[in-house]
Design a protein around this ligand. Structure first.
Ligand SMILES: Cc1cc2nc3c(=O)[nH]c(=O)nc-3n(C[C@H](O)[C@H](O)[C@H](O)COP(=O)(O)O)c2cc1C
Length: 175
């Protein structure tokens, strides 16, 4: 079975982006193994010298998970009109590598608005030559109002949008 690495960009403990990733993982579990990178706060701040010569063990392990994955799914909110610093941090640790080059990469920005962060994330991912496609790219406004207190998606359109993204991503992965 193919594997994807699903990265949650939120720094929040009760993350709606994580809920979307869990929904995606459950929806595709019969055809795809999803490893969820749940908490990016565990990674140390980027250090260019260490990145090239002696990366921390946690970064080596993260790079291996990216390298071994057949695809990447990033699901993130926008923070202060940008991507969250913990997500930017792991992308900085990877920017001098070819880990993302040609790797099928799906992007969901789920936020209050999210417009700027969504654009910025795609610009960064294009820089690392990630394999982006419009069919696996989703911007969700007002995410907090679309998930209930039990973490369930209550918005029917959002479910349909994630189902479609999942179908398109599976096709992209030749599944
Ligand atoms: C520090 C901080 C800054 C934020 N800035 C923005 C912003 O610029 N644009 C936006 O759409 N939402 C912003 N939000 C709201 C998030 O979109 C909202 O908290 C969202 O639910 C986060 O997703 P999560 O539940 O996965 O953490 C911000 C939230 C925080 C904590």
């Amino acid at each position: 079975m193919k594997t994807i690495l699903a990265i949650n960009g939120s720094a929040s403990r009760d993350s709606s982006n994580l809920r979307l990733l869990l929904y995606f993982a459950e929806r595709t579990s019969d055809r795809l193994h999803t490893i969820i990178e749940e908490d990016l706060k565990v990674f140390p701040p980027f250090d260019p010298a260490l990145s090239a010569e002696d990366p921390p063990a946690s970064i080596i392990a993260l790079r291996e998970r990216i390298a071994n994955a057949d695809g990447i799914l990033i699901c993130t909110p926008e923070y202060v009109f940008s991507i969250p610093s913990c997500l930017k941090n792991i992308l900085e640790w990877c920017v001098a590598t070819t880990l993302f080059s040609g790797k099928p990469t799906a992007v969901i920005t789920a936020s209050a608005s999210g417009v700027k962060g969504h654009e910025e994330l795609q610009m960064i991912l294009r820089t690392v030559e990630a394999g982006l496609q419009d069919e696996t790219n989703l911007l969700v406004h007002g995410i907090r109002g679309k998930i209930n207190d039990h973490g369930l998606i209550t918005d029917a359109l959002l479910k349909t949008e994630i189902d479609l993204l999942a179908d398109n991503f599976l096709k992209r992965l030749n599944i």
